[in-house]
Design a protein around this ligand. Sequence first.
Ligand code: CA
Ligand code: CA
Length: 168
Amino acid sequence: MVTSEYERRIAARFAGFDQDGNGYIDREDFMAAAKALLAEFGTAARSDKGQALYVGAEAFWQGMAGIADRDGDQRITREEFVNGAVKRLRDNPDRFAEIARPFLHAALAVAGGDAGVGVDDTARVLRVLGVDKEVAAQAAAQLDTDGDGRIDEEEIVSAFARYFTVPE
Ligand code: CA
Ligand code: CA
């Protein structure tokens, strides 16, 4: 079997969602991502920011399951991910932004403050969410288009959508 560059990138995205590496994406992976972000930034789960992050993670999971879990077993297999999520999200990147936004909004609140999030902290968020280290650093730097060292929600939502809606 020939592994194309496209398939390799899809596999990397799947691995990013499959936080515990058990071969399928389910609610536990989203809860693990929230937990990892809170640990990375030293935020308590019971704080307002922590609770918002868990609510966002649940909404993100429900949105992904609605798109990709075709047999309704509360698990997204690699096959469901490739044939459901990736294709449908590529056709409709706005939909992906919509389901990811509450989680990303809460993640930025955890990582930064009212003034926005710095480039380095944005790279940390992306890494915790499974983006390759090199890609995360590059993406965070590129997001800061005006060079003021801060990144806003709109920029990170669209970047995240671009990364996970892999072009063929
Ligand atoms: Ca998993
Ligand atoms: Ca399934």
